[in-house]
Design a protein. Structure first.
Length: 96
């Protein structure tokens, strides 16, 4: 009888704590997941290549080797011109 009463108190207390934790916790990432606050980003690319009158950049290919190595750089900023730390980019090429 005493064990049964103790077990009931323990279950009620743990259930109360569980409900309190579930209701009070909030993940800020998921809070605005479907919001309409879109972030504007600006991308500035420096290809380090000569540009013609049509706006095309020209890279001279090294025909004596399998690949032509060329480095370009860029800067990604937000709408206040503050640099963003990590932004994922992908691109494709038809030079194969």
């Amino acid at each position: 009888m005493v064990i049964n009463k103790y077990l009931k108190k323990l279950i009620n207390r743990n259930l109360f704590l569980l409900i309190l934790v579930v209701i009070s916790c909030e993940n800020p990432y998921f809070a605005n997941l479907h919001g309409n606050d879109e972030m504007t980003i600006n991308v500035k690319i420096d290809p380090r290549l000569p540009q013609d009158d049509n706006g095309y950049f020209h890279l001279t290919l090294n025909r004596s080797k399998w690949q032509t190595i060329h480095r370009f750089s860029g800067l990604v900023t937000d709408s206040n011109d503050k640099p963003l730390d990590v932004v994922r980019f992908e691109w494709t090429s038809n030079l194969y």
